[in-house]
Design a protein around this ligand. Structure first.
Ligand code: C2E
Ligand code: CA
Ligand code: CA
Length: 620
């Protein structure tokens, strides 16, 4: 309750109460005042003008009527004055002042109109202020909320913008890295040509081209094997060789516009693709000629000129629409170049069939080797003077449940190609040495001959392995003979020589097989310590009807005898041939006339018949 005094002025208690309430308004500038009836004028009594609580009697302001308001106080004064003048009967008025940016600067209350019941008036002020306080705080809260919300929104927006930017950056970085990874995955890192995977992908894409689908053209892969590549690389280094390959690529692209993709599929092998117009039969031969001439012309490297020797294998898409198969076909065609000696070789339907059969056979052989399904047959070697079996040749036999008898030529050729020959070879040697160690009990000078292929004799540990097997089976080295053909020796003469010397020193015998069929049979006889030669059966086949073959055979026997080599003749099929080789003073003969290759048990029983155990005489 507001009290009143007699003069109508507010008591100090009233003023404090109002002041407390006003302070709750929490505005930078407040002023309040009240007036009591004093004639016409409204003498104002202001308690507070500003936050600084500077008490000023505004009467002066009101009277002086300040001109232009320069501060909230001035505004206030001016307004109060206006009020005084224009609305002298106003009882309670509150005024709010706002600055330029609409913030509230101050608030004032004027109690006008002479009012005898000042308590009522004051109560009205209190209510008014209280309502102001609540609206103000609500309003402020709302404003604050709005501001907060706005700030938060704008912060969030900023944050989202940042995130979006970051995401965008990550996306583009990711795309860049994916592109880089794809590139590395598909390219050779040093020459930047495609690699094998890249080539396959490029070919797959080509297969979708309209011209190929509609048959106006086909895709060809030309596989270039740089046969002297490894030697060049050893001479000029890997980096130098990479540079040369890039140079080669540039030269080809300058010479012919027809190559679409260049790929490096191994260190010394490139694969190129081209689209061949179906009706232009000269297109590919011309292109291959151009390629080989670029290779032959030479490439400048530092101050040297380097020439590439290339074999080219060509495969065409009408045989397969499988990219990987197409490259393999080209590869196979290139490998055949080595065998045939031609510079360019094209994959054909026949190759296709052969490949299929080969794959199947290869699969079966692998199984056979793993299951020990291979067996050995033995063909006796007959001493022509005594007509006794002095040895035997071990011949591999493979009877496949589906394919039947597989010829040794096919078997050995395949095993040589896929490297299985080493495994097959050790199988033969192990079993042969095992047999021989038993047979020397029957015939102590018996010699078992084993065929050895190029890959075996050229493998560095061959001699050690053979000697190990001999020791393991306690077979004297002199009872083992290894038959080598000339072709065995050409591939890596040095390693072969070292194996042969080591084994020879231990007492193992050596025979030069298929003598007379190669180019340099005699020269090998000089170079290597062979004990015997096996004259090829071709010579004997026609010897009785063909005087020339007879002459050749005679001279071979002569030379061999002069070189102190034992002469073995193989392929003796008839009595006439037997008589002939006896007359020509061959030492040992082998052939169907004496016996065909036979299984172990039959051979063993025959051998026992030839070498009956000495009769035991019991002396009493
Ligand atoms: P090769 O070393 O010249 O073996 C002699 C071949 O002539 C054998 O053929 C044998 O059965 C055959 N033959 C023997 N006597 C006569 C005859 O009177 N007339 C005719 N026409 N042929 C006769 P096979 O068993 O088919 O072996 C063929 C080739 O396979 C062998 O020729 C040899 O180069 C190779 N070979 C056989 N077994 C092995 C082996 O274990 N390892 C290696 N690396 N090659 C083997
Ligand atoms: Ca042989
Ligand atoms: Ca032979």
């Amino acid at each position: 309750m507001i009290e009143k005094n007699n003069s109508g002025e507010l008591t100090n208690k009233d003023i404090r109460k109002i002041q407390n309430l006003i302070s709750l308004l929490d505005v930078p500038f407040t002023a309040w005042g009240y007036c009591i009836c004093e004639g016409d004028r409204l003498p104002l009594k202001f308690i507070t003008l500003s936050e600084s609580s500077e008490k000023t009697d505004l009467k002066d302001f009101a009277l002086n009527n300040a001109s232009v308001p320069t501060s909230p106080a001035h505004y206030f004064t001016a307004l109060v004055e206006t009020l005084n003048l224009s609305a002298p009967n106003l009882s309670v008025k509150h005024l709010a002042f706002y600055g330029k940016d609409k913030q509230q600067l101050g608030i004032a209350f004027i109690i006008g109109k002479p009012n005898t019941r000042i308590t009522n008036t004051l109560n009205i002020i209190v209510t008014e202020i209280e309502s102001l306080i609540s609206t103000k705080s609500m309003h402020e809260e709302l404003n604050m909320l709005k501001v907060c919300h706005r700030n938060e929104l704008s912060n969030q927006k900023k944050h989202i913008d940042n995130l979006e930017q970051h995401l965008q950056h990550l996306k583009s970085e990711n795309a860049r890295l994916t592109r880089q990874m794809q590139y590395q995955l598909n390219h050779d890192s040093t020459t930047n040509m495609l690699n094998r995977l890249g080539l396959e992908n490029a070919i797959k894409a080509c297969f979708k081209s309209r011209t190929i689908i509609e048959g106006d053209a086909y895709l060809s892969v030309i596989l270039l094997q740089i046969t002297n590549g490894e030697r060049i690389q050893a001479r000029i280094g890997c980096e130098g060789f990479d540079t040369l390959l890039s140079l080669f690529e540039q030269k080809i692209s300058k010479t012919t516009p027809h190559i679409h993709y260049y790929a490096r599929i191994s260190t010394t092998e490139l694969a190129l693709t081209t689209i061949v117009p179906s009706l232009d039969e000269h297109f590919l031969p011309n292109l291959c000629r151009q390629l080989s001439s670029v290779a032959r012309k030479g490439l400048g490297f530092k101050d040297q000129e380097v020439h590439f020797h290339v074999f080219m294998g060509v495969a065409n898409s009408y045989h397969t629409n499988n990219a990987s198969q197409l490259i393999n076909n080209a590869y196979q065609a290139a490998v055949s170049c080595k065998e045939s000696g031609s510079l360019v070789n094209t994959y054909t339907e026949a190759d296709h069939e052969e490949q299929k059969q080969f794959n199947q056979l290869e699969h079966y052989l692998l199984q056979a080797v793993r299951n020990d399904d291979l067996i050995l047959h033995f063909q006796p070697k007959v001493d022509l003077s005594s007509e006794k079996w002095v040895g035997a040749e071990v011949l591999l036999r493979w009877k496949h449940p589906v394919l039947g008898d597989v010829s040794n030529e096919a078997l050995i050729h395949m095993a040589e190609q896929n490297g299985l020959i080493v495994e097959v070879g050790y199988f033969v040697l192990r079993n042969a040495i095992d047999r021989a160690s038993e047979w020397i009990e029957i015939a102590p000078n018996f010699v078992l001959s084993v065929n050895v292929s190029a890959k075996q004799i050229c493998s560095p540990l061959f001699a050690d392995r053979v000697l190990e097997m001999l020791t393991h089976n306690e077979l004297p080295a002199k009872n083992l003979e290894l038959e080598l053909t000339e072709s065995c020796l050409v591939s890596n003469f040095d390693v072969a020589y070292s194996n042969i010397s080591q084994l020879k020193q231990s007492g193992v015998k050596f025979a030069l097989d298929d003598f007379g069929t190669g180019y340099a049979s005699f020269s090998y006889l000089r170079k290597l310590p062979f004990d015997s030669i096996k004259i090829d059966k071709e010579f004997l086949a026609n010897v009785l009807y063909n005087p020339q073959d007879k002459t050749i055979l005679r001279s071979i026997i002569n030379v061999a005898k002069k070189l102190d080599k034992q002469v073995v003749v193989e392929g003796v099929e008839t009595l006439a041939q037997h008589r002939f080789v006896c007359a020509e003073q061959c030492d040992i003969a082998q052939g169907f006339y004496y016996a065909k290759p036979m299984p172990r048990d039959i051979f063993e029983s025959q051998l026992e018949k030839q070498y009956p155990p000495p009769k035991l005489y019991i002396i009493r």
